[in-house]
Design a protein around this ligand. Structure first.
Ligand code: ADP
Ligand code: MG
Length: 271
C-alpha cells in the first residue's frame, strides 16, 4: 500500500495519566505488526515511555517527534526500525515538552502532525497502521494527534472515577468533528487493568457498557504483572512473555480491530 488513505491512524488518548495509553500503544503496535500489518508508533509524549518500552535508549534517539513536527529533518532519517518485524517508531524525548507552547504561535498549530504524516516519505513507506501515543493532557499535542487520526482509542482504567473526565474527552472529539477533522471517530473505549474478581471493576464495566454501549470494545485488558514488567526489559509483552494474559489480551485487541476494519472496508465505508 502506498496511499495514506489506506493507512489507519489511531490516536491513543485519555487526559488521565496512568490509564494504560502507553502500554496499549506498545503492545497493540506489536500485535498488529505480528499479524503482518506494517505499523508505525509515533511517541507524542515528552516522557518518551513508548520509545523506552520498545528498547530505544535515549542516546539512540537522534531525531525525535519534535523534529518530525517542526519538519526540520526528513522523516526517513527520523523513523527508527525496531528489532521487531513491521514495527517502526518515531521516538520522543523531553525536548517535546516545549512543543506545546511553540505550537501556540503557529498558524497551523493543530495540523503539524497531520501535515508531517503526509510527507511523501511517510506515504511511500506504506504503513497499514500508525498509532499515536498521546500525553496525559488535552493539550495541543493531543489535538494534533486527533486531527491527524481517523479515530481515537480511549484506554479506561477499570476503577472508581474512571468515567470522570471522559465527557470532556468526548466533547473535544465532538468539537473536532465540527471543525478540523469531520470524519473523526471513536475507535473504542478499552477497559484496562481489569480484575474480574473485583466487584468495583465489574461495576465500572457494567456502567461503561450501559452508558456507552457499542463504543466499549469487547476485548478487555486484564491487570497483569507481565505487562508492567515488560518495559524494563525493553520489549513488548508479546516478546517478553508471549503466553501471558497480557499478551493474549493485546492479540485479541488487534484481532477485534482488524475484524472491524476489514468489515468497514468490505462495506465500502470510507474514513
Ligand atoms: P499512561 O500511558 O496512560 O500514563 P501506562 O501505560 O504508562 O499509562 O500505564 C501506567 C502504569 O500501569 C505503568 O507502570 C504500566 O506498566 C502499568 N500498567 C498498564 N497496564 C497494565 C495492566 N493491564 N496490568 C498491569 N499493569 C499495567
Ligand atoms: Mg503514557
Amino acid at each position: 500500500m502506498s496511499d495514506l488513505t489506506a493507512t489507519r491512524t489511531i490516536a491513543i488518548a485519555n487526559q488521565k495519566g496512568g490509564v494504560g495509553k502507553t502500554t496499549t500503544a506498545i503492545n497493540l503496535a506489536a500485535a498488529l505488526a505480528e499479524r503482518g500489518e506494517k505499523t508505525l508508533l509515533v511517541d507524542l509524549d515528552p516522557q518518551g515511555n513508548a520509545s523506552t518500552g520498545l528498547g530505544l535508549e535515549v542516546s539512540a534517539r537522534k531525531y525525535t517527534t519534535y523534529d518530525f513536527l517542526f519538519a526540520s529533518v526528513r522523516p526517513s532519517e527520523i523513523v527508527i526500525q525496531t528489532p521487531h518485524n513491521n514495527l517502526s517508531v518515531i521516538p520522543a524525548t523531553t525536548d517535546l515538552s516545549s512543543a506545546d507552547i511553540e505550537l501556540m504561535t503557529r498558524a497551523r498549530r493543530s495540523y503539524l502532525l497531520h501535515d508531517a504524516l503526509r510527507h511523501p516519505e511517510i506515504r511511500e513507506a506504506g504503513y497499514d497502521y500508525i498509532l499515536v501515543d498521546c500525553p496525559p493532557s488535552l493539550n495541543l499535542l493531543t489535538i494534533n494527534a486527533m486531527v491527524a487520526a481517523q479515530s481515537v482509542l480511549v484506554p479506561l482504567q477499570a476503577e472508581f472515577f474512571a468515567l470522570e473526565g471522559l465527557s470532556q474527552l468526548m466533547l473535544t472529539v465532538r468539537e473536532l468533528r465540527e471543525t478540523a477533522n469531520t470524519s473523526l471517530r471513536i475507535e473504542g473505549i478499552l477497559l484496562t487493568m481489569f480484575d474480574r474478581r473485583n466487584n468495583l471493576a465489574q461495576q465500572v464495566e457494567a456502567d461503561a457498557r450501559g452508558n456507552l454501549g457499542e463504543l466499549v470494545l469487547r476485548t478487555m485488558i486484564p491487570r497483569n504483572v507481565r505487562l508492567s514488567e515488560a518495559p524494563s526489559y525493553a520489549m513488548p509483552v508479546l516478546n517478553f512473555d508471549s503466553s501471558s494474559k497480557g499478551a493474549i489480551a493485546y492479540r485479541d485487541l488487534a484481532t477485534e480491530l482488524l475484524e472491524k476494519h476489514n468489515k468497514l472496508h468490505s462495506e465500502g465505508v470510507v474514513q
